[in-house]
Design a protein around this ligand. Structure first.
Ligand code: GLC
Length: 467
């Protein structure tokens, strides 16, 4: 079957968060299972597009208040493991960022151009799989816009990676959507706004979230969409994300200072830890705690300065923080450096290579998230023999079990400073139980979170729509 994933992000072309990782991996595994799975995404002005050459497969123009020209480009030389189609709209999408404040027009243009191309293909797709609100109007347009009537019977799937953001815009922009029977305008609306995510939940043939527990949570907390999700629950299902176990393999990861397998984990991790501690002036003899991610409220980042301060007071651990986001949190986290030199350091920014080294070097990864639809970092940590310390929410609850409850990680109940600080205290005791800690390290590295099984679950879902 031919599957097209449509997304704003796809690693390694452009990644802001986990969405990019998922869209960069899932199609690869679907192809491995014998399907033809491809990705359609914007052509951004970035390192990837500068360093590759492309050929044009289609050109078109569409109206979005005025006329825009676009090309569909594909790679000359493709080693990604799936076909990649890039929507090049110079005036809207060729930017050095993925998201901005002008995203209604940018992503509407993207979705229209993608459909203009798909609808004229000789062989129409079997499945169109959309990701998050940036592609949320596609199920509506495919089923309602006259221009796409040929795609009316093609099943659509929307995956919610993050239900907080919904892409709302005012009804006075409704004319930007390619013409449709106006009596169907209600399919675009939620609470007097055009809401692309709500529209996708109404119009897609299936709605998935990136973990089963997150689907249940959304029925009670979905930034206004709770009732809609409950109403549509018959077509909703949670499917746990996997990780790309080729990119995330400590035995072959070329970002690491030293590669290691389950057997050589203790010595291998030690070399990475010593390198990192030297580089960032930390004490390698102490348990090393890491935070990696965006510094936003959803990730509980605002709790970190106080949690870290409480824990560092005892000077029996090292902490390395890698991430960027909220400017106030960034400042607070940076300020702590003066208080605890030799025990604490930060790298404010995005650095994929350093993230890989940090997963390998650290003993623990902290994730005090308030909302975590799936969370990939805890799965990367496990594969690198690093114990996740997580708030019991979303996909974290589906993937981590507490070591005091015959599990292997550390769970806390609530995103609060007290809970987070106490979890770190428990972690240090765990670390000091050396034999148990080392056995646990070997155990977690063997947990299989690769995409193999989830990629198949998606294929079964598609089949249920086609047959
Ligand atoms: C979003 C979510 C994260 C999830 C990722 C991939 O970034 O916040 O929890 O793992 O999407 O689905």
């Amino acid at each position: 079957m031919t599957i097209f994933h449509i997304s704003a992000e796809c690693f390694p072309i452009a990644k802001v968060g986990g969405l990019g990782d998922v869209v960069g991996a899932l199609p690869k595994y679907q192809n491995k299972l014998g399907e033809t799975s491809s990705v359609i995404m914007p052509f951004y002005n970035n390192k990837f597009t500068h360093s590759h050459t492309f050929k044009k497969v289609f050109s078109g123009r569409f109206n979005l208040g005025r006329t825009f020209n676009f090309d569909i480009l594909t790679l000359e030389d493709n080693t990604l493991g799936y076909d990649l189609y890039l929507v090049h709209i110079p005036e809207l999408l060729y930017t050095d960022y993925v998201y901005s404040s002008n995203d209604t027009e940018r992503f509407l243009g993207f979705q229209i151009a993608a459909l203009d191309w798909l609808v004229q293909l000789k062989t129409l797709p079997d499945i169109v799989h959309c990701h998050d609100h940036h592609t949320g109007l596609i199920p509506f347009m495919m089923s309602q816009s006259y221009a796409y009537h040929k795609l009316r019977n093609t099943p659509t799937v929307i995956t919610i990676h993050n239900g907080q953001y919904q892409g709302w815009f005012s009804h006075n922009k409704i004319h930007l959507i390619p013409p449709f029977d106006f009596s169907k305008a209600g399919l675009l609306d939620w609470k007097h706004l055009i809401n692309p995510l709500a529209s996708a939940i109404k119009c897609a043939w299936k709605v998935t979230t990136v973990s089963p527990n997150y689907m249940e949570e959304l029925k009670f907390a979905a930034n206004g969409l709770e009732d809609l999700l409950r109403y549509e629950s018959g077509k909703c299902v949670g499917i746990l994300n996997g990780i790309d176990d080729k990119v995330w393999d400590p035995a072959t990861d070329d970002s690491l200072i030293k590669n290691y397998s389950v057997k050589t984990a203790n010595s291998g991790k030690k070399v990475n830890k010593e390198w990192l501690c030297k580089e960032f002036n930390l004490n390698p003899e102490l348990p090393l705690f890491a935070f990696i991610g965006r510094l936003v409220g959803e990730k509980g980042a605002d709790l970190l300065p106080e949690i870290f301060n409480n824990s560092l007071y005892h000077k029996n651990l090292s902490i390395m923080m890698l991430g960027s986001g909220d400017a106030v949190v960034e400042q607070e986290l940076d300020r702590l450096k003066n208080q605890y030199p030799g025990f604490y350091n930060t790298y404010i920014g995005y650095n994929e290579r350093l993230a890989h080294i940090l997963y390998a070097a650290a003993d623990f990864l902290v994730m005090p998230s308030r909302v975590e639809p799936c969370g990939l970092n805890q799965m990367y940590a496990l594969r690198y023999g690093t114990v996740p310390i997580v708030n019991k929410v979303g996909g974290l609850k589906d993937t981590v079990e507490d070591f005091d409850n015959s599990g292997f990680g550390i769970l806390h109940d609530g995103a609060t400073v007290q809970e987070g600080s106490f979890a770190i205290h428990r972690a240090i005791n765990f670390y000091n139980d050396t034999d148990r800690f080392k056995k646990n390290r070997n155990l977690i590295m063997k947990i299989d979170h690769s995409w193999d099984s989830s990629a198949q679950v998606y294929i079964n879902l598609y089949n249920s729509l086609i047959l």
